[in-house]
Design a protein around this ligand. Structure first.
Ligand code: N01
Length: 528
């Protein structure tokens, strides 16, 4: 079939893109691997899965009736509630009719002569003038290639591919590998049910308390009454959230003031703690003071000093790996049924029929939970065999790391747009804010191209080079480069070490994109 636009993925990005393109009167088809909408929230059904952006801020802003009618029940939304919200949006805007579920896009090739994208799925081929990827940044789940993964006798699960029917841990010995956001959320919930949990930690992570609680109706009402201003604040902020950001240096204040500020933010909960001072992300001394406060909290909470020391991160600055937000994570190590294993000191050598064998011991388990993360940002795009002009494949073009103009397009792939692509703020922000900004920008662009009789748009290679350089330069001014994070591809053996998201802030980035629209798309090549 032939469409004006094909959208890949029916998460929050694909759903809103469909809605916008329909509004322009375009014919659109969305292809989605899962059998429902929701993207990341469709797949990540592990126990404890919850968003670390507050409910009132982690929602679409494009329709006032929608944001007024939906009632969030907790401060931070749980996965089931976000999935209900995604389904509500799909029903409300009648989106399902243009979404083909259980259909995986396997390839897409640009046909220069016809100026069309030919898109292959596992259920047939299609074509479209525009190809828009809405594949998410963290959707290519990854289990490390430990020898023996297939020989384990019991069931094993990746957090990002959790069975819909749930998992019963009662009476089971569970091995959990990985202590990123997913592991840190899942471990306390699993430990409350299982006979025993053995956690395999390679890198200790900084985690801040969520202090999640039922939604206060007065607060929800206040936000709803003030949504116009609140959404503007979020869109022009650094991370796309409402929280307050203190621009003073951590080094300019007295120890007593600093302690008070840290304690206040710790007691409030959530990632706003990292906004305590303006130089935490750039100044090693300011960062160390912040990190040490968190380590002291860990030592206070965890009763066994040896375990506390293992849990206290010392090998990377705070905030340079994605900050974790938890409920009872550190306190869980005070339970008699939880064991922490340091696999930095003695790495995992193999998975055996009976459990996990490290360099110095074998740990028996009935189940394995892989909370081992994703081939982030580029993985979902390179998982599709995409070829552009002259038969250039995206995998080849991005061999040394992703190259985009604004994270929206990559030169040589005309009429292809990447929602929250590498080179845009994406994972460093409230994803819904960044998704809406990209979708609005793309829809505005397509409308304008149509009005001006433009047949193709492509990124100018020179503008792309300059943007890539800018993305690197801004990241280079921060401490982000000092951690082996997935932002840098460091979790995937052999992946090029390139800082993928744009650290310049969603407000500044939006201004830049809007200016480009106003100036008639400099940095893009438009052909009639
Ligand atoms: O994945 P991760 P995640 N041997 O890559 C370990 C978002 N998210 O699914 O740090 C031993 O962070 C690895 O160790 P190391 C959020 O953006 C959001 O937890 O590489 N261990 C690490 O501990 C988040 O950042 C929410 O040394 C191995 C873990 O596995 C992103 O998703 C909730 C290993 C992977 O951690 C990804 O989080 C959940 C090996 N060979 C996720 N390989 C919220 O909104 C990997 N590990 C709250």
């Amino acid at each position: 079939m032939r469409y004006d636009a094909i959208v890949v993925g029916a998460g929050f990005a694909g759903m809103y893109m469909l809605h916008k393109l329909r509004g322009l009167g375009l014919s659109v088809r969305v292809f989605e691997t899962g059998d429902g909408v929701g993207g990341t929230w469709y797949w990540n059904r592990y126990p404890g899965a919850r968003c670390d952006v507050e409910s009132m801020e982690y929602s679409y802003s494009f329709d006032d009736e929608l944001q007024q009618e939906w009632e969030w029940t907790e401060r931070y939304p749980s996965q089931p509630e976000i999935l209900r919200y995604a389904n509500h949006v799909a029903d409300r805007f009648d989106l399902r009719g243009d979404i083909e579920f259980e259909t995986r896009v396997t390839g897409a090739g640009y046909d220069e002569t016809a100026n069309l994208w030919r898109v292959a799925t596992d259920r047939g081929d299609h074509e479209a003038k525009y190809l828009i990827t809405a594949v998410g940044c963290l959707s290519a789940a990854r289990i490390p290639d430990f020898p023996g993964v297939g020989v384990f006798r019991g069931p094993s699960y990746h957090t990002g591919r959790w069975p819909h029917e749930g998992v019963d841990f009662a009476g089971r010995r569970v091995a959990v590998i990985g202590t990123g956001s997913s592991g840190i959320q899942a471990i306390p919930v699993i430990a409350a049910q299982a006979e025993h949990v053995t956690v395999f930690q390679r890198t200790a992570n900084y985690s801040l308390p969520a202090w999640n609680r039922p939604m206060e109706p007065e607060y929800a009402q206040w936000v709803k009454a003030n949504y116009p201003e609140i959404r503007t604040t979020m869109r022009t902020s650094v991370s796309g959230v409402m929280s307050t950001y203190n621009s003073t240096s951590a080094l300019e204040v007295t120890e007593e003031d600093r302690r008070r500020e840290f304690e206040t933010r710790w007691a409030k909960g959530g990632a706003a703690f990292l906004g305590s001072y303006g130089d935490i992300a750039v100044n090693p001394d300011a960062n160390e003071l912040t990190a040490e406060f968190v380590r002291a909290k860990i030592r206070e909470i965890v009763t066994d000093p040896r375990v506390a020391e293992l849990l206290a991160p010392k090998d990377h600055p705070i905030g340079t790996k994605r900050i974790c937000i938890d409920t009872d994570y550190y306190a869980t190590y005070n339970r008699p049924n939880v064991t922490l294993v340091d696999v930095r000191a003695a790495p995992i050598e193999e998975i055996t029929a009976n459990g996990v064998r490290t360099a110095d011991a074998e740990y028996a388990a009935d189940m394995i939970v892989y909370a081992t993360g994703y081939d982030a940002m580029t993985g979902p795009l390179l998982g599709i065999d995409i070829t552009g002009k002259g038969g250039l494949s995206l995998r080849r073009k991005w061999e040394a790391g992703p190259r985009t103009y604004l994270g929206l397009m990559t030169a040589g792939f005309p009429n292809m747009f990447t929602i929250t692509g590498p080179g845009s703020p994406s994972v460093l922000s409230n994803m819904i804010v960044s998704i809406e900004q990209h979708v609005d920008w793309i829809a505005g662009c397509l409308d304008r191209l149509r009005a001006d009789g433009v047949a193709t748009i492509d990124a100018d290679p020179a503008a792309e080079d300059a943007w890539v350089e800018h993305v690197n330069e801004v990241a280079g001014r921060t401490l982000y480069m000092r951690a082996n994070s997935w932002y840098l591809g460091a979790n995937i053996p052999g992946k090029p070490r390139v800082f993928m998201p744009y650290v310049g802030g969603v407000g500044a980035y939006r201004e830049k994109c809007d200016q480009i629209t106003a100036d008639g798309y400099p940095g893009f090549v438009l052909s009639p």
